[in-house]
Structure formats: C-alpha cells, structure tokens
Design a protein around this ligand. Sequence first.
Ligand code: C2E
Ligand code: MG
Ligand code: MG
Length: 571
Amino acid sequence: MIKTPIKVLLVEDNPGDALLVRMLLEDAGADRFDLTDAGRLGEALDRLAGEDFGVVLLDLSLPDSHGLDTVSRLRAAASRVPIVVLSGLTDEEIALQALQGGAQDYLVKGQGDSNLIARAIRYAIERKRAEERLSYLAQYDHLTNLANRSLFRDRLEQALARADRKGSLVTLMFLDLDGFKAINDTLGHSSGDELLKEVARRIERRVRGSDTVARLGGDEFAIILEDMSDAQDAGPVAREILDIISEPLVLNGQEIFVTSSIGIAVRPPSKGENLLKDADAAMYRAKQRGRDNYEFYTEEMNVQVSERLPLEWDLRRARDREEFLLYYQPQVDLATGKIVGAEALLRWQHPELGIVFPTKFIPVLEDTGLIVSMGEWILRAACAQGKTWQDSGLEGLRIAVNLSARQFGQENLVETVVGVLKETGFDPRCLELEITESLLMNDVEATSRTLNELKGSAPGIRISIDDFGTGYSSLWRLKTFPIDLLKIDRSFVRDLATDPNDVVLAEAMIGLAHKLGLEVIAEGVETGEQLAYLRERGCDEAQGFYFSRPIPASEFGRLLKGRGSLLGASS
Ligand code: C2E
Ligand code: MG
Ligand code: MG
C-alpha cells in the first residue's frame, strides 16, 4: 500500500541535532516522512503560511525565540498543525509545560530511536485530531454545525473589539422561527430537526463567510454582521433572510412553509454588553407586530421587555374588543361577467397599526389554538352577512369561507357548521368551504370522512381546494374526495402572460378538473391579459384585483347593486 509521506517541518537551529533527526526519520522508513528544515521561528512561520504540514518538530531555543513563547507563537500562527517539542535533558520540565501550551507531545533529544520518533509523530497527529474534535463539539451545535452559544459569545466579543479598533459597527440579529412548536408537535421531532438544519443552511447561504451564524438553542439563531457602515443597511439583509427562510420546503414528502421574526441591535462597541438582550427585545417586538417581520431595537423596548405582551395577548384582546372584521372579494362568472360569489377574508382593525392582514397573524391564531373559536366566529359572521344579502334580493350569492387545518381537525367541525347554518338561516347550497391542498394529503381517510359527513349533514354545501397547484397532490387523487371546485393558486396566474410553463400548467389543471367534474376558479387575476388567457382555456370563474380588491361588506353591497358585467373591455 502506497501512503503519502507525512510532511514534517523541523524547526531546529543546531545543524547536528537537525541531522540526527533527519537520519532517525530516514531510518524509520525512507518514504514515510518528507522533511523540511527551518533554522529560525520566523522562517518556520513563513513556511507554514505557504504550505500545509502534517506535523512540526519544534526546538524551543531558537535564535529568534525562546521557551514556551516559541510554542505559543507557532500555535497562534498555525492553529491546526500538531506540534512535537524537541527538548534537551535539562529542560524537560519546560517541554511538559509546552503540552499545556498547545503542543501534542515531546521528545528528549539524544534519547530514543527511530521507532520512538515515528511513534511520537503519529501520536501527535492523532492527539491533535482528537483535540480538534473535542473543541469542535464544545463550540459547535451538533445538529446544525453552526456556532453554539459559547462560541457565539467569544465571536461577539472579538467582533466588538475589532470594531472598537476600526471605529466600525457591529450588527447583531436575533432570529426566532414562528410557530416552531406547532410544527414540532404536528410533524414530529425528526422533522423539526430537519427544519432547523435547513434554516441554518439558508441563513448561511445569505451571509458572508466572515459573519458568524450561531444557534443559541431551540429555534433561536443569532447572526453577527461586521463592517457595516450604516446601521440601516441591516434592514434589507434581514428582509432577505426572512424571505429565504419563508421559501417552501419539503419535509417527509410534505410541503411546509415557515416564517421567522428578527430583532436587530446595532451598536458602536462601547455600548456592546447588552447587544444580545436588545436584539432579543427587538425580536419580540417584531413578533408582536405580526410575523415574518424584522424590527430594530430602540431604547423604549427596554421598558417593554419586562412586561412583554406577545402578539397572542393582543389577539385575545382584539377579539374581546371586536377589532376583527371580514372583507369580501367578488368571484366572477367568466361566461356572464356577473358576481356569483364572495370570499370572506379576515382583517384586523388594529387601534394603532391600522388594518393588519391575515398572513401576519393567522399563524399565531393557529399556534395558540385561538383559530378554532375565531373560525367559528368567522363562519357565523360570513353566513349572517350572506343571509342579509340574500334577503335583500340577491338569492344564489355564494359565500366562501376559509377553514384552517387546525379547525378542520376539530372533532365537532360538522356540528359547528350545521349549528351556524341553522342559527343564521343561511342556505347551505350557498356556502362554500375552502380547504388547502396540503390538508387533503395529510390524512386521506380522516379528511374524506369529515368531508362526506359535512356533505351529508349540510346538503348542497360546496368544498373548494384553495391555493391549488402549490402542494404535491396529483389531480387524480382528488377523485377520492367529495369536492366541487379548484382554486388555481395566484402564483400560476401571475406569470400566465410571461411564462409558457404556467400557461401549460393552468391549461392542464383546467382540463383535468373538468374531466373530474370540478369547477375551476382562478385567484389573483390582476390584468386583462391574464383574464383573457383564462377565459380562452375555459376557466369557469375568477377572483382578483382586476375585478375588485377585498372590500368591507357595505362596499360589497353597493358593488352587488350595480351587478352589471365586470368583464369590461375584455368580454
Ligand atoms: P387565500 O384564501 O388564498 O386568499 C386570497 C388572498 O389573495 C387574499 O389575501 C386576497 O386579498 C389576495 N388576493 C386577491 N386577489 C388578488 C390579486 O389580484 N393579486 C394579489 N396579489 N393578491 C390577491 P389575504 O386576504 O391577505 O389572505 C391571505 C390568506 O390568509 C388567505 O389566502 C387565507 O389562506 C388566509 N385567510 C384569510 N382570511 C381567513 C379566514 O377567515 N380564515 C382562515 N382560516 N384563513 C384566512
Ligand atoms: Mg381562500
Ligand atoms: Mg388562495
């Protein structure tokens, strides 16, 4: 077996001693070692900077360096190379101390033979490897391979010291995943681990190699960014990180989305001690404002941390104060141009922030389980509104209500729906429940059972599949479920005019849906061009800003009164 020789750097100023070592190594095996000489420490450091050595044999008394200092200087310059100290009989004590200073082994000159020196070299290499492994384990997070909390602290200190010298800024981001606990609970811990690993990879991809990314524990990550000239530059970076984290990922064959919240603290180094605490406070503020957000630390936050009011509280309070309301967005029949239905979309009228959109807070409602009671409220409000419209002479107008997965999994869902219909007097044939595609694929049997029960208990009720095309279900599998309508996700509609792939996909979806006896509605229609494409391909209905944004019930009422064709010039 041919082995590459171990590259040995011999640092020894005495030519006689050097020659002796060379002879011993040759004796140990002609091609086992590849020896390079250096007579001074400076020369050795130059060598080490230019090439990799397997081991350094180091005399401690050199013309330009003495004693333990020699070890520490070499260590500082080449942290990863194993060192075997060569000592005289009289300074064996110092050689022992050198082991504490970072050397792996020592040899006393003039003692021992070629076997001993070869063994010392091999041992030093092994020992260095083991040391590195141990120090790695002590400094890195096993799951993600990111820096752990302890290394993070060191790095932060170093960064602050560097910034102090250079007069630059240190930016610290504190990132926390939104709803991680729920994911862990529903998908299991191994999926949770996979998710954390993927998040780590995504963050690392976005930052520079010189920046530190650490996992502080659980689903908390920290990022140290150096050399930023302007504090505000951190904002766009945070946004990009939020965006790449929120890209879909597949866990266990299931597509999931996760968002995160980031708190940012930027500081001149003199006030660095509380950087982490401040970034943490800012992160909480970001969560409070709604998820998938970042927030810069401000002085006032110090006050708030002590009485942290998570978004959850705001939401509970919001319900009691009746800050929630429903907007309605028309659904238009593409054959007649008439409004045939409305999707009810939840809004939060926040006293300070104004209208807050559901993507910001629905995840929190889901995490906390609040969605179940909120969902019932939504259903009741939408049916009551639908009944009012019907009574005012708009029979047949359909109301579509979104159901969250959590709601759908409730034992008493069917009872609730039937109860609300009875209470409000709304005709079940005009109620449409939207569920997502991923829900269908979760637990085929249970979902099928619930849907069939719904259809049996509320005759004429319609089920639609929302955001269709974003999951991984095959169209043919839809046959197993009693559904009525597919909603083509707006991501396909968006690129209809520009991406031929999406045209083909939309066409295929419409064709197959029709073969399965399903109606098709396209969501997110914004332009006349998109509309024309969809009509040409036989799409039944459409919904989108082109016709109208979601609007309050009173406005929707006025829109209905007009009730002419909404197809405009393209009809
Ligand atoms: P979704 O069910 O797919 O609702 C359609 C979303 O697309 C709405 O966003 C709507 O405003 C938006 N949209 C409509 N037309 C256009 C368009 O032409 N262009 C673009 N870019 N967007 C358009 P919104 O109201 O922010 O709702 C977002 C999501 O929040 C909904 O997606 C739904 O999943 C969830 N959601 C909303 N209301 C409720 C609710 O009452 N209960 C539950 N469980 N989820 C809800
Ligand atoms: Mg929907
Ligand atoms: Mg949708």
